[in-house]
Design a binder for this molecule. Structure first.
Ligand code: ATP
Length: 531
């Protein structure tokens, strides 16, 4: 029953998205292409708002994060260093009967190949053994299509940040701890794209790589490493924070962000990956899950990735990724010998662990780790990183699902009607205000309404609508999620009560309450409520 209700809710949402121009199937007139989606006029605005808000929160409102906009196709070695060429694959099972191909870990919750709208517990045909299937899309660069021209469409935006780390460090006047943020397309040849846009083959990511000092460096400088004392937001960043504090800080910052754009905390869950689930280089990963109608699933992952990524690129490119920290060098000189040795040893072991797990042979790894630990004593280290990585499309879908509500009303003739209201937080709403002249055939009303539209346009997304009854027009804006509608009526013209001249009615989408606001105060009145 619950599954049926949520499927029905999803079906309604998908059909609303098409009907109102939020999301269409890609290449629909040619029958579509599985796993690809286009955003229509309202969807494009919603998606832009999501990306702008993320960027504002992560980059513009902070001193310690800068942006990057890198290419989708990068040198193929990048994906060897990152591990994607060897390991970015899903274990696949083929069904010999229905010829379907499924992810081994999802075989219990797959759409039936014969009837994709139905979920089947398991197709009963005979299955092959699981086989690795690489998720990267390939292409060729230049006119010759052979192995030497092979390239990949990036499966994540993060790697460009690591690859450009040194350039950004040198040109941005930032010092560790600091972050680099990027928003952009990513491509994964998902085996079973499903749940509308949730698992697509082309999607967008919003990723932050926040570089921090290794704990050994913090301890050398500050004599201690601050660790979390409980749950919740740990407050303003402090110089003695180790990776655990930074990790907790970013988990809480990201949850606050979701709350600030209208996803209630109660609709989100934190899932801490178990040691068995963690990637070998990760110290901790928290997935932020959202209660989608089809289940509680990942919206964003926040991983403490140690110094794995920069270390890999240092080894594969041969270019140093270490930073120099004069505070560390000065502090090291002052440390008692015993402390120096202890920190040297801990850093050496951490580096040795990384190198051996990454396949460097034992004797070489020992030498390299020793060189790294010696460099630490001279003030040099490879930064560690905390990575909050979110999907734009999943967030847009979460916002749509969260906003979707139905109201059933009976009019004065006794007819009942159920209609949809998208209760978006005003910050994400695609249109902030509808401007409606009461009647379209009264030139004075129309002139005034156009003046109001032009007054608001430089500040807000405005939709001007003069067709149909005012009730219909309100309903259309409710369905688009527009938080406010401004009506220009005869009182605006001062025809009934001169005191009301140059005032308009502002209607609130969620309460349907109406207030009168002076036109010259309207931009500030609205901006205060939609920002
Ligand atoms: P999943 O386990 O759901 O496949 P993931 O753990 O592989 O996701 P990451 O590699 O951590 O995902 O990517 C970071 C974010 O990018 C995810 O939290 C999600 O929001 C988004 N994302 C990943 N894959 C897809 C996809 N196929 N379609 C839409 N968004 C995606």
């Amino acid at each position: 029953m619950a599954r049926e209700q949520s499927n029905e809710r999803m079906e309604k949402l998908v059909s609303l998205c098409k009907r109102r121009g939020f999301i269409y199937q890609s290449s629909e007139i040619y029958g579509g292409i599985n796993g690809f989606w286009d955003y229509g006029p309202l969807g494009a605005e919603l998606k832009r708002n999501v990306k702008d808000l993320w960027w504002r929160h992560i980059v513009h409102q902070r001193d310690d994060v800068v942006g990057l906009d890198a290419t989708i196709i990068m040198a193929p070695r990048v994906w060897e260093a990152s591990g994607h060429v060897d390991t970015f694959s899903d274990p696949m099972i083929d069904c010999k009967t229905c010829k379907g191909r499924f992810r081994a870990d999802q075989i219990h919750e797959i759409p039936c190949p014969q009837k994709p709208s139905k979920m089947v517990s398991e197709c009963h045909g005979e299955k092959t053994e699981p086989r690795a299937f690489n998720l990267m899309f390939t292409t060729h660069v230049g006119p010759v299509q052979d192995d030497s021209s092979l390239a990949y469409l990036r499966p994540e935006t993060a790697q460009a940040i690591f690859v450009q780390f040194k350039n950004v460090l040198e040109t941005s006047r930032q010092k560790v701890p600091f972050g680099i943020a990027q928003i952009g397309k990513a491509f994964r040849n998902e085996v079973t794209p499903r749940n509308f846009t949730f698992r697509s083959r082309e999607f967008e990511q919003m990723e932050l790589e926040f570089f921090i000092k290794p704990d050994e460096v913090i301890e050398a400088i500050h004599g201690r490493v601050a660790v979390p004392e409980g749950k919740g937001h740990p407050g303003e960043p402090q110089p003695d924070w180790g990776w655990q504090m930074w990790h907790q800080y970013w988990v809480e910052e990201r949850i606050r962000f979701y709350e600030s754009i209208g996803l209630p905390r109660a609709s989100l869950e934190e899932y801490w990956q178990t040691p068995e689930e963690l990637a070998h280089y990760a110290r901790a990963t928290v997935d932020i899950l959202y209660q989608f109608p089809f289940g509680t699933q990942e919206l964003e992952g926040i991983a403490a990735r140690s110094d794995f990524d920069l270390s890999q690129h240092e080894r594969y490119s041969g270019k140093p990724m270490k930073v120099f920290d004069d505070q560390l060098r000065a502090a090291w000189k002052e440390l008692p010998e015993e402390k120096r040795q202890a920190l040297w040893q801990r850093y050496y072991e951490a580096r040795l662990g990384y190198l051996t797990r990454s396949g460097v042979d034992a004797s070489e790894a020992g030498e390299m780790a020793r060189a790294d630990a010696d460099a630490l004593a001279k003030g040099q280290y490879i930064p560690h990183v905390i990575e909050p990585s979110a999907g734009v499309d999943r967030l847009v879908l979460a916002l749509l699902a969260n906003a979707y509500s139905e109201v059933t009303e009976t009019d004065d003739k006794g007819r009942t009607e159920t209609r949809v209201i998208l209760r978006f937080h005003p910050r994400v709403a695609p249109i902030k205000v509808g401007v409606l002249p009461l009647l379209r055939n009264k030139p004075d009303l129309v002139r005034k309404a156009r003046e109001v539209r032009d007054l608001l346009r430089p500040h807000l997304t405005v939709f001007y609508d003069d067709s149909g009854s005012i009730g219909r027009r309100y309903a259309r804006q409710d369905e688009a999620g527009t938080p406010y509608c401004v009506t220009i009526d005869f009182e605006t013209l001062g025809e009934k009560d001169p005191a009301l001249k140059d005032t308009v009615t502002v209607r609130d989408r969620d309460t349907a309450e109406q207030v009168r606001v002076k036109i010259d105060e309207l931009p500030a009145w609205l901006l205060e409520r939609v920002r």
